[in-house]
Design a protein. Structure first.
Lengths: 218, 120
């Protein structure tokens, strides 16, 4: 996909998330109004009042969940606004984990961000950067069995930043993780993205890790 | 007070909830209606959605301020509207809140805003 196409998808997604947010805001207020009315209604004149109250609470909790999801999706849609900006690596990883943890949960795998205490700001393409990390995670998810953890650790040495994506788990056969790796769709795509980012990736077979290396000043 | 939002259901529901709490509230779904209400029955506070069709929230903000700069305006903002919220603050908005907002937080801001109007 070219830059314009990515920006088009981003623009449409951003617009839709605004609309969904309005829908959620309306549901939240309407259920809030029902709660208000219930609270001033006499118990005797409203059978099963408690059941109604707990149901309204459940609606409001689901609205909160929806708001969080649309907020993250909106943030994702704006990644394609620019192809060069200052990005906080810890933030990009945290955001990606939120968006992709569902794929891991299906396989009983947890995605664990191990951020550095200090923030790592790099000048890069946020969309491609997140896509590169997503490819690394997808590759490991597809090679791991059921259960385990994928750990994502950013690191900074001088002007070079790296992110190590590794799998951890007793039942993981590390010797199989990178078997026929070079022909995999995820790593072919990762290779092409790293080329665009002026970075490289390495495979650490001993630790079953993919290490993405990128300059902090791209 | 006055709520201006093109999402009529949302504006009217917030208004009803505020009425339950003793805050008299009018609603408007576009800029023209909002300005008519501001001129005929000036509110203590205006809660104004930034993403409005036509002249937009910022356009409505400017016109209300031209009519009476003492009316405090709280902006309702969506995702990615930080720059426009800041522009609104520079144009004289009292504050901004992210949509969907917590009603108690909104009431807190409305009360603060109303106090500033009294101090004018």
């Amino acid at each position: 996909m070219n830059e314009k196409e990515i920006q088009f998808i981003g623009k449409i997604t951003a617009g839709v998330t605004h609309e969904v947010n309005n829908v959620l805001a309306s549901i939240r207020e309407i259920s809030g109004l029902m709660t208000d009315i219930l609270s001033i209604t006499d118990e005797k004149s409203f059978p099963r009042k408690e059941k109604f109250q707990t149901s309204l609470e459940k609606i409001q909790n689901q609205v909160q969940r929806g708001v969080k999801l649309t907020c993250q999706l909106n943030k994702f849609s704006h990644l394609s606004d620019t192809n060069k900006t200052d990005v906080d690596l810890n933030e990009i990883i945290e955001h990606l984990i939120f968006l992709t943890e569902r794929f891991a949960r299906i396989k009983n795998i947890t995605l664990q961000n191990r951020p550095l205490t200090q923030s790592i700001t790099i000048t890069s393409d946020p969309f491609l950067l997140q896509m590169s990390l997503s490819n690394g995670i997808s590759y490991l998810l597809n090679r791991m069995g059921n259960g385990g953890e994928i750990s994502i650790c950013p690191e900074k040495k001088g002007s070079e930043c790296s992110v190590s994506i590794s799998c951890i788990g007793e039942r993981i056969d590390k010797s199989l993780i990178f078997k026929d790796a070079s022909s995999s769709e995820e790593l072919l795509s990762l290779n092409s993205i790293m080329h665009s980012l002026n970075g490289v990736y390495e495979l650490d077979e001993l630790n079953a890790a993919i290490i993405i290396k990128i300059s902090s000043k791209n | 007070m006055l709520i201006v939002d093109d999402e009529e259901d949302l504006a009217k529901t917030i208004a009803e909830r505020l009425e339950i709490r003793g805050i008299q509230t009018q609603t408007a779904s576009d800029g023209e209606q909002a300005l008519t209400l501001v001129k005929t029955n000036p509110p203590d506070v205006v809660v104004l959605d930034l993403m409005m069709p036509g002249i937009g929230g910022l356009g409505i903000l400017k016109q209300i301020k031209l009519f009476d700069k003492k009316i405090p305006i709280i902006l309702l903002t969506g995702y990615g509207s930080k720059e426009r919220s800041i522009e609104g603050m520079n144009l004289g908005a009292f504050d901004y809140v992210l949509k969907p907002c917590n009603l108690d937080d909104l009431i807190g801001k409305i009360q603060e805003a109303a106090k500033t109007k009294l101090q004018y």
